[in-house]
Design a protein around this ligand. Sequence first.
Ligand SMILES: NC(=O)c1ccc[n+]([C@@H]2O[C@H](COP(=O)([O-])OP(=O)(O)OC[C@H]3O[C@@H](n4cnc5c(N)ncnc54)[C@H](O)[C@@H]3O)[C@@H](O)[C@H]2O)c1
Length: 277
Amino acid sequence: MPTLSDLNGRTAVVTGAASGIGAALAIELSAQGMNLVIGDIDGDGVNALASRLRESGARCLPMQVDMSDPGAVQAFADAAFAEFGSVELLCNNAGVLLFGKVADASLGDWQWLSAVNVQGLLNSLHSFLPRMRAQDGWKHIVNTASTHAFLDNPQGSALYTASKQAIVGITTGLRYELASEGVLVTLLCPGQVSTRILDSQRNRPSQFGPRAAEPFGTGVIPFGITPDEVAKIAVAGILAESPIVFALEESTREHFRSQVRNAWQEADHALASPIGV
Ligand SMILES: NC(=O)c1ccc[n+]([C@@H]2O[C@H](COP(=O)([O-])OP(=O)(O)OC[C@H]3O[C@@H](n4cnc5c(N)ncnc54)[C@H](O)[C@@H]3O)[C@@H](O)[C@H]2O)c1
């Protein structure tokens, strides 16, 4: 297993790094001596973070990138490999949230959520993975899903939950596919984290139609753990080579565990019946 000192001098890519968990991950990884390639649709945000990281001595390449655009992601990966020669840690963190009912959502709502959360992850894997596979040495991919992917009743968040369940499926499959090549894969599932995720539509491109109403407002989540805490838990999970890392408030852990049990009990109950109902 790698240790903290093994991160020193290696290169990490973090997507969605202008804000919240992505910014905290970039700060934590650069504090461990990693070179950083940080991408976000918010170009000013990643440029500001890059200035801050460079002030503390880090090597950092910021880039404005829309993860839903395959060509832009390819250019992002090309720039990363041109600058640093290799990428040892790929953190696919960029993501957007939208609450609301499936039946009331517009096609644009669904297209936007899936374009960023699902297609964005696939674009990243398509552009970074072939060159990472060809490298020798330690390599690790971290894909950010959410505890929402495991809820027993995702009413009000079904579309977001579905996009995060896709990430669970892709990540689990990828982990087994790449195990024999020594590429490690971790699924990061934060619970409630105090970020600007409720205001995800600040970055909703106009081609996906008008903003949907946000039932919980658009402020920073006023509770939950901090992005810094998530970043520290994620790094611990990377070093422990954990397949799944949950980053949530201790006080919510048992409630969440019971929701996961309920979700699987329904399937278990149906499986126990000979006709599967
Ligand atoms: N905050 C939470 O409670 C929570 C819980 C579980 C999972 N997550 C996940 O954590 C990840 C980070 O979210 P956060 O809470 O830090 O939110 P955030 O809104 O603070 O940060 C998300 C970042 O993604 C960027 N982004 C949005 N669309 C993009 C695109 N098309 N291309 C590139 N970048 C884009 C945004 O500009 C922003 O900087 C997301 O995948 C989110 O689903 C968050």
